[in-house]
Design a protein around this ligand. Structure first.
Ligand SMILES: NC(=O)c1ccc[n+]([C@@H]2O[C@H](COP(=O)([O-])OP(=O)(O)OC[C@H]3O[C@@H](n4cnc5c(N)ncnc54)[C@H](O)[C@@H]3O)[C@@H](O)[C@H]2O)c1
Length: 440
């Protein structure tokens, strides 16, 4: 049976929606300050599909185009309430100032709102994030107890703020590389791992497990395994909780998943793709550690093979070289700069090159992704969707998918899937782009 039926009943978005955020750093504070600025008419939610996007309904001749926010019963921005965990005790205001993403004048205007967010002590260990030292950390050393403390934070927040629903989005640092092991295979193995404080049960997994136990949808913005293990995806499904991840698709990989499908669409070959970045924020500092970088590298590298399918097109794509570099360079702050050198080949194998220089702002690109994930995951839960939400792949560098299918990386296929899922939920016809009826 399908996880959700066509034209299903969607529960209304009544009451307040709590947003739980592990990691009150650059992305989280840019997200929160951004929402507060939008609510006060001090800025526009540019980059957010839920706020600005539309969906076409019916035939092209019907002229039915609706704003997503009118088409769907999404939570209102004024109903969002935030809470965070962080091993660094800075409140939302101090953290936003340190992140240096938004202008100081804007942060000052939002100071009272940002200061209200004082991070709870985190489940944190330097074993997983070498370059950080945290003082605001839960005292308990037992993983079982840490999960209980996280659950207590969640339930206290819900009660004290009189919240109707909750969503959790991991915006914390990238953890050291962790391969998938038998302890991740089933919920029983996972629970035994917890009990013996197994190192392979990482802090981010504890947050995800606590969220699922409390019935809270979970999104993973970093490339850590976290909820992308059979133990937790099955547990989420059993508990009726939607989950998604991994790693926000914000800058360089966003461009990669636009350009690579275009090259393949025209049957142009690829000889090599060299991607390099400089960035100087705390994320860059964490990724300067080889173990955290390896987690990120895996996430960034997997994209091209899935899109180009070298097995299907060996002449075009066998053996291309793909390198990804991230360099910590302090003066650049959050304003990351990326360069891509792409060696392609055309008719009769003649070589050509494509150069992309993206001067982006990491957190400015990530904040609207966080907002959309919060609103869509909340919608998914009110609809009865559970387990992996592949239709949210659009937002991730390493999208989670069912074990029997490969992940879809092409941005435009991802967008079509997202919008068709929304049409399906509302009982509208899916759009296939066949369109023969216009020419009968
Ligand atoms: N465009 C983007 O900015 C982008 C894109 C994709 C992924 N990401 C990922 O999103 C995450 C956040 O990025 P950022 O720029 O805000 O980084 P950041 O360093 O500014 O913030 C991360 C915060 O997480 C905290 N933290 C670390 N371990 C924690 C734990 N166990 N529990 C709670 N908090 C913890 C850190 O103290 C820090 O304050 C990173 O993992 C990054 O790789 C960001």
């Amino acid at each position: 049976m399908s996880l959700f039926e066509k034209g299903t009943d969607i529960k209304p978005a009544k009451g307040k929606l709590g947003v739980l955020i592990p990691g009150l750093g650059a992305v989280a504070t840019t997200f929160i300050a951004g929402i507060e600025a939008v609510k006060r008419g001090m800025g526009e939610p540019i980059g957010s599909l839920t706020q600005l996007g539309t969906v076409r309904l019916g035939k092209r001749t019907d002229n039915r185009i609706e704003k997503l926010s009118d088409f769907l019963p999404l939570a209102d921005l004024s109903d969002l309430v935030y809470a965070a965990w962080d091993p660094i005790p800075d409140d939302g205001y101090k953290s936003a100032v340190k992140a240096g993403v938004l202008e100081r004048a804007l942060i000052e205007q939002l100071r009272p709102e940002l200061e209200k967010i004082k991070p709870w002590p985190a489940v944190f260990s330097q074993k997983y994030v070498k370059r950080l030292e945290g003082t605001n950390v839960k005292k308990s050393k037992s993983k079982v107890e840490q999960v209980e403390e996280l659950k207590q934070d969640i339930l206290n927040f819900k009660k004290s703020q009189n919240l109707d629903r909750l969503v959790m989005v991991w915006c914390a640092s990238t953890e050291a590389y962790q391969e998938r092991l038998p302890v991740h295979d089933t919920i029983d193995a996972f629970r035994k791992g917890l009990e013996r404080n197994d190192d392979a049960v990482t802090p981010s997994m504890l947050y995800a497990y606590a969220a699922i136990q409390c019935g809270v949808p979970f999104a993973n913005g970093a490339p850590n395994l976290t909820v992308d293990i059979p133990a937790l995806t099955q547990f989420a499904k059993d508990q009726g909780v939607p989950v998604c991840g991994k790693d926000f698709k914000s800058g360089q990989t966003f461009m990669k998943t636009v350009i690579a499908p275009a090259l393949k669409a025209r049957m142009l070959g690829l000889d090599g793709w060299f991607s390099t970045n400089i960035l100087g924020n705390r994320d860059g500092e964490v990724l300067d550690d080889p173990e955290s970088f390896k987690t990120k590298e895996e996430s960034k590298l997997s994209v091209l093979d899935y899109i180009l399918q070298p097995k299907l097109y060996p002449m075009l794509y066998n053996g291309y070289s793909h390198k990804v570099r991230i360099n910590y360079y302090r003066p650049r702050g959050d304003n990351k700069e990326s360069w891509d050198n792409i060696d392609i080949k055309g008719w009769l194998g003649y070589p050509m090159q494509l150069k992309i220089n993206f001067l982006c702002r990491d957190s400015i690109l990530a904040a609207p992704i966080v907002l959309d994930l919060v609103l869509f995951l909340d919608l998914a839960q009110r609809t009865g969707m559970r387990g992996i939400q592949e239709w949210l792949s659009f937002y991730f560098k390493s999208p989670m998918s069912a074990p029997e299918v490969y992940p879809e990386h092409d941005l435009f296929i991802q967008l079509m899937k997202l919008k068709n899922t929304l049409r399906h939920l509302k009982g509208e016809e899916l759009i296939t782009h066949l369109g023969v009826e216009y020419y009968d």
